[in-house]
Write a protein that binds this ligand. Structure first.
Ligand code: NAP
Ligand code: G4F
Length: 339
């Protein structure tokens, strides 16, 4: 049985990658950090099939111990402080976890078993203020947040360990990907959740920031397959993963409200200057030609299908919560300006 270790298993991608690898017959080691509240809601249904470990990217010995104990053949580093606005609130922590954390994992691999194959979750945010469109593996980086700066470090150190030590390290430069398991703070889920809540009469208004920002939004269930494909090649390399289609936040709102059968989305949506970022990324769109050619990867779930799934899921979840008298989780306000 092949053995894979997922760091960041409690996140959106960690949960889907776990399911994907279990279906492929892997023994899956799953790393989460110790927190005071339970963060395993996305993997509750498969917990008994995972080997759970505790480790934190800011703590070298915890990472080293897990890798030595589980002895994986593949390691997927999906852990990061992934919500961009948080990185302005805590830029040093962003660097510790999202940048240096990658080196900690690579060092643990190098000393315990340098034959382990490593996947690093890089991001289209590294392109930032883009120099060309669409963006591919050769596009230069111009990061626009402490998060993106940290990810650029993580990307380069992954390439560096490949070049310095001949290790099998891959960096997946993934564009935005969403799902019904997306965190409530990210704009797609904030919108589908609000459309559902408004439809059910639980909310009146939705406040948003930059409606003109454009992203290449794909579905997380497609993107975890690309991660695995990268580690199955004969040679390690870096790949851009995206759909090749950009849409604005405004387009996403329009589509989600229509999916909830709400006419005239403008009457519900307000823009709030407090939700604008100190520096935003205006336009990202992928050229994923290399992933298609070399990995045979193509997205299978359309933007429309994904947003419809998210709206349907949110309507069902809120309806169930209301029937059972449960409290409903809301997105947190983006607070960086109040600090
Ligand atoms: P996510 O849902 O926010 O999950 C992030 C995971 O990282 C969580 O399991 C979190 O654990 C863990 N984590 C955070 N800080 C940690 C630390 N110090 N030590 C150990 N674990 C820590 O993110 P996602 O959407 O699944 O994304 C997965 C990865 O891909 C991230 O690295 C993200 O930056 C990157 N990425 C995402 C996208 C996207 O559009 N989704 C695109 C490109 C790249 P807790 O549950 O304890 O918080
Ligand atoms: O959904 P977002 O918060 O995602 P963002 O910043 O693009 O980052 C996500 O994708 C990256 C890949 O490119 C990942 F690396 C990263 O970890 C994360 O998963 O915001 C998307 C856009 C931004 O331009 C933002 O300014 O939506 C705009 N936006 C407008 N109003 C908003 C809002 N974003 C959020 N979160 N909340 C708003 O109210």
């Amino acid at each position: 049985m092949p053995r894979a270790l997922i760091i960041g298993v409690t996140g959106q991608d960690g949960s889907y990658l776990s399911e994907f690898l279990l279906d492929k017959g892997y023994e899956v080691g799953a790393v989460s950090r110790k927190t005071s509240s339970d963060s395993s809601w996305r993997i509750g249904h498969i917990l008994d099939r995972l080997q759970m470990f505790s480790a934190d990217l800011v703590d070298q010995s915890s990472i080293t111990k897990v890798i030595e104990a589980f002895k994986p053949q593949e390691v997927y580093n999906l852990a990061a402080m992934s919500f961009v606005p948080h990185s302005w609130e805590a830029p040093v922590l962003a660097g510790e976890a999202t940048a240096l954390g990658v080196t900690r994992v690579l060092e643990a691999i190098r000393h315990s078993d340098p034959a382990i194959r490593f996947y690093q979750a890089s991001t289209s945010e590294m392109f930032g203020k883009v120099s060309q469109s669409p963006q591919n593996e050769d596009t230069i980086f111009h990061p626009r947040s402490p998060y993106a700066v940290a990810k650029v470090y993580g990307h380069h150190i992954t390439v560096n360990y490949r070049e310095s030590y001949g290790m099998f390290t891959c960096s997946g430069i993934l564009f935005n990907h969403e799902s019904p398991r997306r965190g409530l703070d990210f704009v797609s889920r904030k919108i589908t959740r609000a459309a559902a809540a408004i439809k059910l009469g639980l909310q009146d208004k939705l406040k948003l920031g930059n409606l003109e920002a454009r992203r290449d939004w794909g579905d997380a269930r497609d993107y975890v397959r690309a991660m695995w494909l990268m580690l199955q090649r004969d040679e390690p390399d870096d790949y851009v993963v995206g759909t090749g289609q950009a849409r604005s936040v405004r387009d996403l709102v329009e589509f989600a409200f229509a999916a909830a059968e709400l006419e005239d989305w403008q009457q519900y949506v307000e823009t709030d200057p407090k939700l604008l970022r100190p520096a935003d990324v205006e336009y990202l769109v992928a050229d994923a030609g290399k992933a298609a050619r070399v990995l045979g990867w193509r997205p299978e779930i359309s933007f429309e299908q994904m947003i419809s799934d998210m709206v349907t899921h949110d309507i069902q979840e809120l309806t169930r919560a209301r029937q059972q008298g449960q409290a409903v989780c809301e997105p947190r306000p983006e607070r960086w300006k109040d600090v």
